[in-house]
Write a protein that binds this ligand. Structure first.
Ligand code: ZN
Length: 463
């Protein structure tokens, strides 16, 4: 497996202020043009990395190509997220209308609504450059490690900025061949460089390796099908969040007041320190998870905007700042760099499906924490039930072939009917009670999962 590793936080020397001023001017022009292309790619045309430049700019053709690529990337991910949210809204609406027709709707329930997304507004100054515009050259001068040669607005007059590495950067980069692309980030305190290199990771799992299902949530950041939990929005963290909410309310008042007075530079509504703290907690949870699951294949949930909304509700804005939505990507990255196979499983109905009999119903979730199957009585922690479903879906070809929620629902219904036929329609007593901490990790998740998978195989002679 080939992976690209980034080395971040390399500070550009600020000994020559004049050069950095030139870089600031360049960056301003870069960001202005990048913003224009982002907006165009979001509203007028499909994002195209190789589009011919059509907007006026004092930047060289090479810089413009770099900017178009950068903008296309931003616009593409915005469009994907927006479309996903819109599909989720349409699903919600269809379900709402169905419940209304069947007179099964709580009269107080409001119809889902859609508010069109704003196109991205680029705030952070980031230049994504390739070798055509920025080159990192080893320095022969012993004082610095590299020279960063950057083409500027003035043709034929690049600036050269010295780069010195910290000891840990030198260790990380020793013997590595750096990639030609670099990222330059402007922070209030100065300019920072990110470089990267490619590395090969030997696989540590095979198709026969045990599979662990992971559910992402708030009560616990990660809940596994092996019955473990990692990281929690509890204790000190929850307390800090509570305090933060009060502070935000006060800040909001202040902002409104300042706005009325015509002040344009308003205090930021986000608590960056708390967001950073949550990110660190998330990282720790992921590392602990991998320490406990060496040589497991990982079945994770590709957390959609929709699921996040259900899971986070009142904490939404705040959790965006904390990057909870990035958790699946971080999990996938954690697996890649350890050589473990990871795959995002089909997410539809994974929190409503009974992991034992496949019955799907909203009513299976009497509250946020509990899963209680209305058909077979299976009772378990809701996140663990979802984790078991992710685990079972890892190798589930029929499930992977489903492209719509309806198809998933039809498939699950057929499996539930199959389960009833097999068991003679009797409700079995719950085989697997919530048993956190009682199961051994190497037990491959015990009876529940394996007998279930075997059972399912018997129903599918074709596959
Ligand atoms: Zn059930």
């Amino acid at each position: 497996m080939r992976i690209t590793r980034a080395v971040t936080h390399i500070r550009l020397s600020d000994t020559n202020v004049g050069k950095l001023v030139q870089l600031d001017v360049l960056a301003e022009t870069y960001m202005r043009l990048c913003q224009q292309y982002v907006t165009a790619f979001c509203t007028q045309m499909a994002p195209d990395k190789y589009a011919t430049a059509w907007l006026e700019s004092p930047l060289s053709a090479r810089w413009q190509r770099v900017i178009i690529q950068h903008a296309a990337g931003i616009a593409q991910s915005w469009r994907t997220n927006r479309d996903r949210a819109y599909t989720a809204y349409m699903d919600d609406l269809a379900a709402y209308q169905e419940r209304s027709r069947a007179v099964m709707r709580d009269p107080s329930e409001q119809a889902p609504s859609w508010k069109e997304w704003n196109t991205p507004h680029l705030k952070q100054i980031i230049l994504q450059a390739n070798a055509n515009v920025v080159a990192l050259e080893p320095s022969t001068d012993s004082t610095f490690d590299y020279w960063l040669r950057i083409s500027t607005l003035t043709k034929g007059q690049p600036i050269c900025i010295p780069v010195s590495l910290a000891a840990y950067h030198r260790t990380a980069l020793a013997g590595k061949r750096l990639n030609a692309s670099v990222t330059l980030t402007r922070k209030p305190g100065g300019w920072w460089l990110t470089v990267s290199y490619d590395a090969t990771v030997a696989p540590t799992t095979t198709d026969e390796s045990p599979i662990v299902g992971v559910d992402v949530g708030i009560a616990s950041f990660l809940t596994t099908s092996t019955g473990k939990r990692y990281g929690a929005f509890q204790g000190q963290l929850a307390h800090r969040h509570q305090r933060d909410r009060e502070k935000r309310r006060r800040k909001a008042k202040l902002r409104a007041c300042l706005k009325q007075k015509g002040v344009t530079k308003l205090p930021s509504p986000t608590n960056h320190r708390l967001a950073r703290h949550v990110r660190q907690e998330i990282n720790r949870a992921i590392n602990e998870f991998y320490t406990d699951h060496v040589s497991y294949q990982v079945a994770y949930e590709d957390l959609s905007v929709r699921t996040m909304r259900f899971k986070a509700k009142r904490m939404n804005a705040y959790l965006r700042a904390a990057h909870l939505g990035h958790l699946p990507r971080q999990l996938a990255w954690g697996a890649r760099k350890r050589g473990q196979r990871a795959r995002a499983s089909q997410a539809a109905y994974s929190s409503q499906e009974c992991a034992r009999c496949h019955y799907v119903s909203r009513a299976n979730r009497p509250d946020q924490r509990t899963f209680r199957c209305q058909a077979c009585g299976f009772t378990i922690n809701a996140d663990e039930n979802a984790a078991l479903n992710h685990q079972a879906r890892f190798d589930d070809r029929k499930m992977r072939a489903c492209t719509t929620k309806d198809e998933v629902r039809t498939l699950l219904h057929a499996r539930h009917v199959g389960y009833l036929e097999q068991t003679g329609g009797r409700s079995l007593p719950a085989r697997r009670e919530p048993a956190f901490g009682r199961e051994s990790l190497m037990g491959q998740s015990g009876v529940g999962h394996h007998s279930r998978r075997n059972g399912r195989k018997h129903q599918r002679p074709a596959s």
